[in-house]
Write a protein that binds this ligand. Structure first.
Ligand SMILES: Nc1ncnc2c1ncn2[C@@H]1O[C@H](COP(=O)(O)OP(=O)(O)OP(=O)(O)O)[C@@H](O)[C@H]1O
Ligand SMILES: [Mg+2]
Length: 243
């Protein structure tokens, strides 16, 4: 039986004009969960609570049963994260940045070098290793963010709109990488507006609307329930009814 690697339990967060209102879901070992929903639904806010950047007013986030907000360092050791905002430290060169991330995440040097080489090849970053982050195109920077998140060992990877700005080859490669991670029994949480990718990847869809989870089910079930043929049509139908 798979274990939950991530538990989000009744998370509430008041941001003034917007609130998360009792978000609950889990990610099991070897499971890809997709957070979907319209702009402003609260996906990024939920993710920021999950990765410890925002403290919930109520509720809990647990990684492998360890509370992210009361036992932060311990819990976050098992988590890695691709944010939706570009990486800072523009003056650093790509290779320097990747080595720095590996060091901060305590990846042994020889392991880090092998992983960097392998991932740099996969995401076609070889020609950029000596370029400064500030000089990279948005998509290339996104590839660096993805590669850096894949350097440490982890039990759960959280990716906020990871396909944004990636070219089709890199999108394909990222999907392959995520499927491999699933096969290795890791948990994956991603937010995305690209329903084709969600349909390809997700074992479970968590649909958010206005700070709440309105539906948690499989892509197939959403499609079946709405009588649609594609997830995109099904979600458009559900969201039009909700608004
Ligand atoms: N720091 C903040 N203070 C106040 N409101 C905020 C803050 N951050 C986000 N919000 C608001 O919270 C709501 C949800 O934003 P969030 O970024 O979580 O949505 P999202 O589902 O990720 O949307 P998108 O699909 O556009 O990425 C929005 O109305 C946003 O304006
Ligand atoms: Mg967002």
């Amino acid at each position: 039986m798979e274990e939950p690697v991530l538990d989000v339990i009744n998370v509430c967060k008041n941001l003034g004009k917007f609130s998360l209102r009792g978000i609950s879901f889990s990610v099991q070992e070897g499971q890809i969960v997709a957070l979907v929903g319209p702009n402003g639904a609260g996906k990024t806010t939920t993710i920021r609570v999950i990765v410890g950047l925002l403290r919930p007013d109520r509720g809990y986030v647990k990684v492998r049963g360890i509370d992210v907000h009361s036992r932060r360092c311990e819990a976050l050791r098992y988590l890695t994260y691709v944010p939706d905002t570009p990486i800072m430290y523009g003056e650093l060169k790509v290779l320097t940045y990747l080595r720095l991330v590996a060091e901060v995440r305590k990846v042994p040097k020889h392991v880090a070098e092998v992983r960097i080489q392998e991932l740099v090849e996969r995401f076609e970053l070889k020609n950029y290793l000596n370029r400064k982050l500030a000089e990279l195109s948005r998509g290339t920077l996104q590839k660096v963010a993805i590669v850096s998140a894949l350097l440490p060992d982890f039990d759960i990877i959280v990716l906020d709109e990871p396909f944004n700005n990636l070219d089709p080859v890199a999108q394909y490669e990222l999907k392959e990488v995520l499927k491999e991670i699933r096969k290795r029994g890791k948990g994956i949480l991603l937010s995305s507006h690209i329903m084709g990718h969600v349909e390809d990847l997700a074992d479970k869809v968590v649909l958010m609307y206005d700070g709440r989870v309105v539906l948690t089910t499989t892509p197939e079930e959403i499609v079946r329930k709405t009588g649609s043929t594609k997830l995109e049509d099904a979600l458009v139908r559900i969201l039009r009814e909700a608004s």
